[in-house]
Design a protein around this ligand. Structure first.
Ligand code: ATP
Length: 249
């Protein structure tokens, strides 16, 4: 169903990012990025390596402070707030490279995340979450014993256990096998149906196609396109950014 048909397009934005900018020393990683995400919407953030996707997530989730622009969540300015405060407010994320506490079990890792998130799940909710992500048979395993795909699911579970209203996922698909990809794509869609807003950074275009309602395309720290994937692939500027200008071939 299109976002228009499902009513997402008429909901007020949960997150609004306007002219976001970030420098690392003299290097301007983000020049100006603007977009919004509505409840129940899965917004894809795509672009070539180094275009600024992870930097955007790091700014929205409080790992970095912006150098310019605004980030508003539920109408409130949140730019520069630390991650733990944002987790309490309902913003959480998964990481490109998960770093679970390897000497703790799956359950203990989630309990630590719940303590950090402040609005965390109770025991019954954690059990349901483990089943939802097919981690329920691994509850008492040490994180160090999990496959990389299972560690990604644990990282997602840690974020979900804090009951986010906005979930940012950074290259969740990378390194998953086809069955895991299908499973996690279904789960992300289910989360959106429940009303959660998702911001999904991803390189795998099949996964993007399955999961997202709409895309923002970044190129060298600027947003250059907003719309569905079907339109993005016909946009000359987007095609050039991904494939190079015709005379470069
Ligand atoms: N902490 C940092 N210090 C210095 N430069 C950084 C830092 N984080 C990111 N950068 C630089 O900012 C630019 C954007 O990086 P970012 O990781 O946001 O890109 P990306 O679009 O997520 O790339 P990829 O798809 O490869 O993960 C890159 O040139 C990167 O090297």
């Amino acid at each position: 169903m299109s976002s228009e048909a499902s009513g997402i397009a008429t909901a007020s934005p949960l997150l609004t990012v306007k002219n976001l900018a970030k420098r690392f020393g003299a290097f301007q990683a983000l020049q100006s990025v603007s977009f919004n995400v509505r409840p129940g919407e899965v917004l894809g953030l795509v672009g070539p390596n180094g275009s600024g996707k992870t930097t955007c997530i790091n700014l929205i989730t409080g790992l970095y402070k912006p150098d310019g622009g605004a980030i508003q969540y539920q109408g409130r300015s949140i730019g520069g707030l630390p991650s733990h405060r944002l987790a309490h407010m309902g913003i959480n994320r998964s990481f490109q490279i998960p770093k679970p506490f390897k000497s703790l079990t799956v359950r203990e890792n989630i309990e630590v995340a719940v303590a950090y998130g402040g609005r965390g799940s109770d025991t019954a909710e954690i059990k349901r979450l483990l089943e939802f992500l097919e981690l329920d048979l691994l509850t008492d395993r040490l994180a160090s014993e999990l496959t990389s795909g299972q560690q990604k699911m644990l990282d997602l579970a840690r974020a979900l256990a804090t009951k986010p209203a906005l979930l940012c996922v950074d290259e969740l698909g990378a390194g998953l096998n086809p069955n895991e990809l299908t499973h996690v794509a279904q789960r992300l869609r289910e989360l959106a149906r429940s009303g959660m807003a998702l911001l999904v950074v991803e390189h795998l275009m099949d996964f993007v196609d399955q999961v997202t309602d709409r895309l923002i395309v970044l190129s060298v720290g600027k947003d250059i396109f907003s719309g569905p994937l079907s339109q993005a692939v016909q946009d000359a500027q987007v095609v050039e950014v991904f494939l190079g200008a015709p005379d470069e071939h």
